[in-house]
Design a protein around this ligand. Structure first.
Ligand code: PMP
Length: 438
């Protein structure tokens, strides 16, 4: 077995280029070969067990190998593997759209499918501009938020604000105006005060250029990839009001937050606001297959209606859009979420996480713990070059997989995790933090 692992690693190092991975370092970091998954656990090629503490990059809902999702995919495979959604339709796609609208904030009424989070974000970005143009407005600008992240395609990067990821591409990007992050606070500053400050900044910007802005783009409640930066719900209420005042679309990216992670179906519910465009992805299929979507208000959709030669068509779409297997997985996932009360359970999981981490936050080596529902970031104080990474490595030695964003250790367990499994996650993270930064 050990031989199998080293030979797989050697073949990987010879042939593969991994995302978000510095290959100058990776070989020395002892790549882990994942072989199988069951429930909240992943197993390596030597049958060592690891708790999947980041739900395989924020996607796993009930657990790996969920029988009902597997069965739904297999049944769909026997009926229809794939058929294009360009000019044709199919029942699994129709049903996912209906189910999404059933759980989405009232007022969103149309579903446009894509594949990954980035591709849906890209579609929403183009929709906002085209809708404005087709209403007769000249609005080529976007407002977005520092530390935001919407994916790695160029439109999404344009609206991102994570220097490390995005600065390289600046000469290639579309024109935007960026406001400060409502999640980056002065020492001791209350989050509500920071929200008001950034809203004032946004208002000043819109007062100058609002007539040219087609959308304000943001992650609601948690800027996830920016380091689990959380903000006050009043920020979303304020953005909604500014968008209404200045005629811009409110475009929220719920790829990380949506489908239960914050203890609500969608994070905008915490503020009681309804956006004009909402992007969902990640957990939609329960973490099994790629599927993402843009949910739009009727008024956005209507701006695209016209005759075939009107030029108002949304000329955008991907080959595998609304793939029936992905749709079958999504339907099974959403049905299970209703049946099991997974969203309410996620809120409980979040509370338990918060309680277990209360003592960790008191450690000298921990700067802050930020959390909304299950989405948790533990910011550790740097004690060397890669402190966050070292904490995660210590956790891996103890059988838990978590991933750092710089010096923020991210915990985002599968929403359906059991209490004893959650306790295993938090106690291992506690011990790993004590090992590295105490
Ligand atoms: N938006 C947000 C808020 C995200 O967190 C992510 C991915 N982490 C994306 C978009 C991009 O999604 P994908 O990686 O599926 O393209």
């Amino acid at each position: 077995m050990i031989l199998a692992t080293s030979s797989l690693v050697a073949r990987d190092l010879a042939a593969v280029w991994h995302p978000f991975t510095q290959h100058g370092q990776w070989p020395a970091d002892e790549p882990l070969v994942i072989d199988r998954g069951s429930g909240v656990y992943l197993y390596d090629a030597e049958s060592r067990r690891y708790l999947d503490g980041v739900s395989s990059l924020w996607v796993t809902v009930h657990g790996h190998g969920e029988p009902a999702i597997n069965a739904a995919i297999l049944a769909q495979l026997d009926r229809l593997d794939h058929s294009t959604f360009l000019g044709l339709t199919h029942e699994p796609g129709i049903r996912v759209a209906e189910e999404l609208l059933r759980v989405a904030p009232a007022g969103l009424s149309r579903v446009f499918f894509a594949g990954d989070g980035s591709s849906a974000a890209e579609a929403a970005i183009k929709m906002a501009y085209q809708a404005a143009t087709q209403r007769g407005d000249d609005r080529p600008l976007y407002v977005h938020v520092a530390e935001g992240y919407h994916g790695d395609t160029l439109g999404a990067v344009s609206l991102g604000g994570v220097e490390l990821f995005h600065a390289t591409y600046r000469p290639l990007l579309i024109e935007t105006r960026m406001v400060s992050s409502p999640g980056v606070l002065a020492a001791g500053q209350p989050r509500a005060a920071r929200a008001a400050e950034v809203l004032a900044e946004m208002r000043a910007l819109l007062a100058q250029e609002g007539e040219r802005v087609c959308a304000v783009v943001l992650e609601p409640m948690v800027q996830a990839a920016g380091g689990m930066l959380t903000h006050d719900a009043s920020f979303l209420v304020g953005v909604r009001a500014l968008c209404d005042e200045f005629g811009a679309a409110m475009l929220v990216d719920e790829v990380a937050t949506g489908i239960g992670a914050t203890g609500a179906w969608f994070a905008v519910e915490h503020a009681g606001v309804v956006p004009d465009l909402m992007v969902v992805g990640k957990r939609l299929t329960g973490g099994v297959l790629p599927l993402s979507a843009v949910l739009a208000r009727e008024a956005v959709y209507e701006a695209f209606l016209g005759s075939p030669d009107s030029g108002r068509t949304f000329f955008h779409g991907h080959t595998y859009t609304a793939n029936p297997l992905s749709c079958a997985a999504a339907l099974a996932n959403l049905a299970l979420m209703h049946e099991r009360g997974t969203v309410a359970r996620a809120a409980t999981v979040g509370d338990r996480l918060g309680a277990a981490l209360a003592s960790v936050e008191k450690y000298d080596g921990v700067a802050e713990i930020r959390r909304v529902g299950t989405m948790t970031g533990i910011e550790v104080r740097s004690v060397g070059a890669r402190t966050g990474f070292e904490v995660c490595r210590a956790a891996r030695r103890r059988g838990v997989l978590v991933r750092p964003l710089g010096d923020v250790v991210v915990l985002m367990p599968p929403l359906g995790i059991a209490d004893d499994e959650l306790d295993e996650l938090t106690s291992v993270v506690d011990a790993s933090i004590r090992e590295v930064v105490q």
